[in-house]
Design a protein. Structure first.
Length: 125
């Protein structure tokens, strides 16, 4: 019975870790290592956000969709989860919430870099 319980616990832990791994990935674009979402779309941080807090809502979030953290997702090293004021959860890298950009049309686009002097591609260290 113990081995069944341990096997089930391992399965659950593996599933939570896979949720994290499926949310983002490392990619190379323009000779730089960056982070993207699972579809290869570039991830960005916003200078007006605070560590562990998103300040991008309404029109901002329509243009810069937050990288949603699915139910059951767990933090993984530099990747953490931030709760938004509407109760939804999103991913953060080094405490900074991350977003995609609606004007990026294909994987590898980085058109959001430097927008309004406040948006920056998330570099993979």
């Amino acid at each position: 019975m113990k081995s069944i319980a341990l096997g089930f616990a391992a399965l659950l832990l593996g599933t939570a870790a896979s949720h994290a791994a499926e949310a983002w990935k490392e990619a190379e674009s323009g000779g730089k290592k960056i982070y993207t979402d699972a579809m290869g779309m570039t991830l960005y941080t916003y200078d007006k956000d605070e560590k562990g807090k998103s300040n991008c809502y309404d029109k901002c979030a329509a243009n810069w969709p937050p990288l949603k953290a699915e139910a059951g997702a767990k933090a993984d090293d530099e990747w953490t989860i931030v709760e938004r004021k509407d109760g939804t959860k999103m991913w953060a890298y080094d405490g900074k919430p991350v977003y995609t950009f609606v004007k990026d049309k294909k994987a590898g686009d980085m058109t959001g870099e430097g927008v309004a002097g406040a948006w920056h591609v998330v570099a993979a260290d």
